[in-house]
Ligand binder design. Structure first.
Ligand SMILES: *[C@@H]1O[C@H](CO)[C@@H](O)[C@H](O)[C@H]1NC(C)=O
Ligand SMILES: *[C@@H]1O[C@H](CO)[C@@H](O)[C@H](O)[C@H]1NC(C)=O
Ligand SMILES: *[C@@H]1O[C@H](CO)[C@@H](O)[C@H](O)[C@H]1NC(C)=O
Ligand SMILES: *[C@@H]1O[C@H](CO)[C@@H](O)[C@H](O)[C@H]1NC(C)=O
Length: 609
């Protein structure tokens, strides 16, 4: 029977810590006592800090994190790594610190991947021999897929083989024993293909989403739950959504009515009214059928209908659609683009962000200048250039698009303090904790909020439902930014390349980790940073990137100390890196699955025509 100890009358059971901790504690107490006994009062604090630092550097990692050895890590999910970053998709993503969920400092917790409902289109290239025209149609399919992908869908191009896989295909064969129009066969085939695939949206490949991300119809379609079959009026039967059972039910009953079908020339018009509902109230979908091209875009129509002008006309149509997707984006963000530069000396860090902003601000080349998409009024780009603003803090405003780059705390420390080489004592004594996160959430949360709370709001701004469609967060250390046209849903206008980040050989030598870059003014004065300062900033950024890649023991310790000092800034950086890596992996994986089919990014795949 152990001795019962009590505190304020309540029994407590004392567990002795494991032996290695006992030794460690004894050692620390001994060290601190020695220091206090043998030094004057004014330098006690400094000595204690130094001693603690030595102890922390000396102890093995398993004591650092007492949970690491004993608890289970969550299982590694499929496709959850890319380069150095890895992630775990889970509902607990709003937890301030990922490592308390994953027990792995390198694995970030991201929100669960959003379910992308299927949007199908049916494409067959019968009776077309012209290769140039086929290529142009492929390009249009790619534009169609990208636009729907950016709006949160999973676009799939269906082919005649999909129609044949539907058990109801036999009924089409029976119908075809009589006099039977091609257009009707095409319409029935796409319904059969859709019925074979099941629940989802069926769209013409010239029907594109052109509306803000949070538009009512798009939000409804994104939910992926459809009551029966819904038809959208005013779109020439170019958009439906439906649930698997209801689609095939409608088909079964309609395919028996051959006279009605031939009279109506379309499945939906021959179908019994009780089999579907109609929605007349929507304006999110732009349809580029011949009628609307003829009515609104003369130049495209003239080329398309000219003898031998089909391919050229389709290329023009592609450019027109791309320009309209861009205009709708610009109109959605009428307050413009904010490039957030939270700390000092971040001009070079933000160069890629600024480059993207300028490209978004430009007008996409269009064959019909000053035109709007067929589904909505707009402010043409040529008449109204959107503004780029440089802000020092994040703003949450629904008509403002935010682009920024998150620096690793080491990069932030060298640049913000204008010190090319920093060391551990400098970090501990002279630098503030989490300066970047504080600055970026300054306006959103005010000055009196903890880092823990800031990081949660930051994660929401990066990855939340609203945040992800209103902002783009890069990391300062990555030099290339891919997939932008899948994130925005259109080809961004090309700009002249940004100035090369290469420096001359002499400068290269000066920018190694230990070299001292001669300092200019300690403080940068307000106003345009000068040419020389930019040059120096570029050099320091390059050195920071190299330092973070370095595997030398000294550098790894310094990096570790900076990360420990700036836990929230580090978390923000890792989270951003993982979020953008996952976005790319999700897309590449999808592209991998679809690459055999028409409209894939890699050009024409299967030879099914
Ligand atoms: C995290 O990554 C760093 C660098 O990539 C590596 O040195 C470290 O061992 C990793 N930590 C864990 C717990 O895997
Ligand atoms: C921004 O505002 C929207 C509502 O307008 C809100 O849903 C979202 O959570 C806010 N984001 C942040 C980071 O506060
Ligand atoms: C820039 O650097 C890359 C590799 O670091 C090199 O291949 C390229 O030639 C350099 N470009 C210039 C203009 O010096
Ligand atoms: C995703 O994971 C699967 C197997 O789990 C693998 O075959 C595929 O190559 C991965 N894709 C990417 C893009 O990493």
């Amino acid at each position: 029977m152990p001795v019962q100890r009590t505190i304020f009358g309540r029994p407590v059971v004392l567990h002795m810590p494991p032996r290695r901790f006992q030794i460690l504690f004894a050692f620390i107490i001994f060290l601190l006592t020695t220091i206090i006994l043998f030094s004057g009062p004014e330098n006690v604090k400094e000595k204690v800090e130094e001693a603690t630092e030595k102890i922390l550097e000396g102890i093995p990692a398993s004591i650092h994190n007492p949970f690491a050895a004993s608890s289970h890590k969550p299982p590694v999910q499929d496709n959850s790594t890319s380069g150095e970053s890895s992630w775990f998709s889970d509902w607990k993503w709003r937890h301030p610190f990922s490592s308390s969920v994953t027990f792995d400092e390198n694995r970030s917790v991201l929100p669960p991947l959003k379910n992308r409902p299927y949007v199908y289109t049916y494409y067959e290239s019968k009776n077309k021999k012209d290769n140039a025209a086929l290529d142009a149609e492929e390009k249009l399919l790619l534009i169609w897929r990208r636009a729907w992908w950016a709006q949160g869908f999973r676009p799939v191009v269906l082919v005649p083989a999909d129609a044949m896989n539907n058990p109801l295909y036999e009924k089409l064969q029976i119908l075809k024993t009589q006099e039977f129009p091609d257009a009707l066969e095409y319409d029935i085939s796409r319904w059969l293909a859709w019925g074979h695939m099941g629940t989802g949206v069926l769209a013409n490949w010239l029907a594109l989403p052109m509306a803000p991300y949070d538009d009512k119809l798009l939000s409804f379609l994104r939910r992926g739950e459809y009551p029966g079959v819904i038809r959208y009026d005013g779109l020439q039967n170019s958009l439906f959504c439906g649930e698997s059972g209801a689609i095939n039910d409608l088909l079964t009953s309609t395919l028996d009515k051959s006279n009605d079908l031939i009279a109506a020339m379309s499945v939906i018009d021959a179908a019994d009214k009780s089999k579907y509902t109609s929605d007349p109230q929507h304006d999110a979908i732009a349809l580029y059928d011949l009628k609307s091209i003829r009515a609104n875009y003369k130049a495209v129509d003239e080329t398309l209908t000219r003898e031998g002008g089909q391919a050229e006309g389709l290329v023009m149509l592609g450019a027109l659609i791309n320009a309209h997707l861009h205009i709708v984006w610009q109109n959605t963000f009428s307050a413009g683009i904010a490039v957030v530069k939270a700390l000092r000396h971040m001009t070079t860090v933000l160069e890629p962000a600024m480059h993207i902003a300028k490209s978004l601000q430009k007008c996409s080349p269009s064959p019909v200048a000053n035109s709007c998409p067929p589904n909505r009024k707009c402010q043409p780009c040529e008449a109204h250039e959107i503004e780029i603003r440089e802000l020092s803090t994040y703003k949450n405003q629904s008509n403002l698009f935010v682009i920024s780059a998150v620096p690793h705390p080491y990069t932030a420390a060298t640049l913000d303090n204008w010190k090319p080489s920093i060391d551990i004592p400098f970090i501990r004594r002279e630098s503030a904790r989490d300066p970047w996160l504080f600055a970026v959430t300054k306006e959103l949360l005010g000055p009196a909020v903890s880092s823990q709370s800031r990081i949660v709001h930051f994660k929401d701004a990066v990855a939340g439902e609203h945040g992800a469609s209103h902002s783009l967060w890069l990391t300062a250390e990555r030099e290339t930014h891919k997939d932008l046209n899948w994130i925005f849903g259109f080809d961004l206008p090309a700009l002249p390349e940004p100035p090369p980040t290469n420096t001359t050989a002499a400068e290269d030598e000066a920018s190694t980790e230990s070299a001292d870059v001669p300092l200019l003014d300690e403080e940068i004065r307000p106003g345009e940073p000068k040419e020389r300062e930019i040059k120096q900033e570029r050099q320091m950024l390059k050195a920071a990137r190299a330092a973070l890649r370095s595997r030398s023991g000294k550098m790894m310790r310094l990096k570790g100390a900076v990360e420990m000092w700036n836990l929230a800034d580090t978390e923000a950086w890792k989270f951003t890196r993982a979020f953008s890596a996952r976005r790319r992996v999700e897309r590449l994986r999808w592209e991998e699955e679809e690459k055999k089919f028409a409209g894939a990014e890699k050009g024409r795949g299967a030879k099914w025509w």
